[in-house]
Design a protein around this ligand. Sequence first.
Ligand code: NOJ
Ligand code: CA
Length: 696
Amino acid sequence: MIQKRFQKFLLALLIITVYSCAKQESKHNTTVTSPSKNISIDFWLQTDGSPTYSVTHRNKAIIDTSAISFDFKDQISLGKDLEILSTTTTTQDETWEMPWGEQKEVRNHYNELIVNLKEKKAPHRLFNIYFRSYDDGIALRYEFLNQEGVNEVIILDENTQFNLTGDHKTWWIPGDWDIYEHLYTESSFTAIDALSKANHPSLGQTHIPENAVNTPVTMRTKDGVHLSFHEANLTDYAGMTLKVDPKNTSMTSELVGSKRYGYKVKRALPFKTPWRTIQISDNAADLITSKLIVNLNEPNKLGDVSWFKPKKYVGIWWEMHLGKSSWDLASGKHGATTENTKRHIDFAAANNIDGVLVEGWNTGWEHWIGFEDREGVFDFVTPYPDYDLKELAKYSKEKDVEIIMHHETSAAPRTYDQQMNQAYALMDSLDIRSVKTGYVGKIIPKGEYHHGQWMVNHYRNALETAAKYNVAINAHEPIKATGIRRTYPNAISREGLRGQEFNAWAADGGNPPSHLPTVAFTRMLAGPIDFTPGVFNIKLAPYKDNNQINTTLAHQLALYVVIYSPIQMACDLIENYENQPAFQFIRDVAVDWNQTKVLNGEIGDFVTIARQDRITGNWFLGSITDENPRDITIDFSFLDTSKTYDVVVYKDGKDAHWDKNPTSIAIETITVNANSKETFHLAAGGGLAISLIEKE
Ligand code: NOJ
Ligand code: CA
């Protein structure tokens, strides 16, 4: 009897399941295909009225049936009993110019489907979903419309599902609410275990509440299709991590929360969410050239930003990380002195470098790391007595070098908010056009995280306020890049990864040789990176016995081309560049590009990129490898057939090795033209840098 009842129950359950997974018939067009028809998105309602989508790539499923729903405070969940009121499809094909960037012109070509939905039952909410199909990926976003008697919504959870079609190879960092400075792990999707990374010894702040990954997260299917999941236009909303469901090979958006308020997002109606994005390509190289993320952002709101000039810079910085000097005056080894700054300005002026970053110039550093009460401590307008701000502004102007300002907020954003206007006005008066900001430590007030809505709004407020004073921002411990640089081109660069600094002090041995060949296909898809390459004294003697850079010198040079940023630091102590023939590459290399070609690459293994200088038309090429030595063949067909070039190759010496002989480098002049193909050997952890300067 019990068994029979159980059987009946199972049958009923089966019927319900089959029924609710069935598609509702729709008289509306609910498919949107990319311009060249390689990618297609389908939308439909299940018979219970729940919204669902799927994606195909070359007619094969790449995202299986995936659900969409929202949970709110004080309202029932949204995600059932919906009906389609109407749909519209449009096409966009425009070309816009980047004021600075990896390329000058960007084509924004897509088909868009807007689905207007309404709940059939009370409260009869209206809800729109936007889908865009590009040839290099897809995007979707939500729009919440006005609702009678309701002014705002409080989102407890957004549940956008990404149902994968297999156990893909995945390159991931944990879904940390507080910091992106983790090493990438390469594993199968089902082996992702973000919680095992929870207590990182070298991080000032970290919060990983569950098995989730941060974005961009990049994957390769068994068929060799490459996918990278991220978001675009993160505005007044919480950052998105992706919760991992290994059993169903599926991910669901998991927004960063606020323990102070107990929710994820609070917004007045109506509003649109950020875009959820998937870059899709047949090979790894094409992920890097995809412009999906910037294309999904609004056009430039600032107009002419020519007051910011892309530049290389040196700085009073690495010396602090090595322990040679310190940020704080009380240490007795203060780095940011007038004299030391002048030495750096002189060096920059003599070496085709336009910027000098000075950290530790302002008061407050005595009360930085390790202090809980960090509000009201840093002062962003008052220099230490041994740093003559005005004199240095004058001196640098005379030498045609720009000082780069530094504001370490120590994750006390309310203090920074209070001083922001005054601090940027001071910069404006001194004609200092860019600032590196920092947010080391746990956010004050307690319960807020670096990647939650409250901080997303703080970072944006800094950008908007800085723009009023013609100031550009390079944020460390930032919110992730989501293409905002298109709208606010004063968002010049940011950290948001394990930068070079980890090699100076991380207890885990620093960044392995595979780090940057992974970053190029993951973090770099989000936007410019202030990695700060260029260490020549690879073993860090005499300062650090237990640390070193885990690459060859040629690999360090190649990073000026491989890693994109409109500001590129030559980060080593300037004395380490004296009498170094290899430094000529850094003197020569450009920072602002007309076009970019990714010649080859595999995630975590190697990558080769060539970029053309916007001003001169010269080409620069960088290639890096992981711990495996390899031969790389370069096809020079990107060169102009009508031009000839002076070509200098900086390659690993015969016996070079990232650990055993990292500074072994061979510099030679060769002749190539657009018909040339040349093979070069990269050492273990090695690299290759080539400058191709047009002959007069
Ligand atoms: C962390 C940044 O990443 C680093 O570059 C900087 O030197 C320190 N904060 C101090 O602000
Ligand atoms: Ca950092």
